[in-house]
Design a protein around this ligand. Structure first.
Ligand code: INI
Length: 159
């Protein structure tokens, strides 16, 4: 019997993506953003197919993601931010609510909403994940956005 496998290429091509840029810890998030755009362009995406929305902090990401998802114009939404424990006493609330909100929007709106939010103990760990020794989480998460955007298109075609 033939196995049925549904998977996709990692070609951005004509995909339309929205990036939510959370300005808190902007020094780090701007590096994630650079990585995300680089991943999209290097996989043959078009810069005019990227829409960027700026929000003040990660806590505001879910609402912006919900508004974008409801427009039904984007194949994937990539959320970029950095929550750093060292610099806040309400780390757990911000990190937890951001994660919960992002996953809720993805499920409620049947849209890939990708969690490109660093949650680290300190600034050093954030720097390591923003283009130094642990790679660039923004780049990696854009690859997830491309794969999920393509996958959703393919699964809709197969329905
Ligand atoms: N927002 C972040 O994105 N990262 C943080 O580390 C952070 N800290 O440290 O508090 C943070 N706080 C702001 C929060 O996201 C909201 O913007 C604010 O509470 C207004 O709702």
């Amino acid at each position: 019997m033939k196995e049925n496998i549904i998977e996709t290429t990692l070609m951005a091509g004509d995909l339309k993506v929205a990036i939510i840029f959370s300005r808190f810890n902007e020094l780090i998030v701007s590096k994630l953003y650079g990585g995300a755009k680089e991943a999209f362009i290097r996989h043959e995406g078009k810069v005019e197919n990227i829409t960027t929305v700026y929000v003040p902090g990660c806590f505001e990401i879910p609402l912006a993601a919900q508004m974008l998802a409801r427009k039904k114009e984007y194949d994937a939404i990539l959320c970029l931010g950095a929550v750093i424990r060292g610099s806040t006493s309400h780390y757990d609330f911000v990190a937890g609510e951001t994660a919960k909100g992002i996953s809720k929007v993805a499920l409620d709106e049947s849209t890939p909403v990708i969690f490109g939010v660093l949650t680290t103990e300190n600034i050093e760990q954030a720097i390591e994940r923003a283009g130094t020794k642990m790679g660039n989480k923004g780049y990696e998460c854009m690859m997830s956005a491309i794969e999920m955007g393509r996958l959703m298109k393919k699964m809709k075609e197969n329905q």
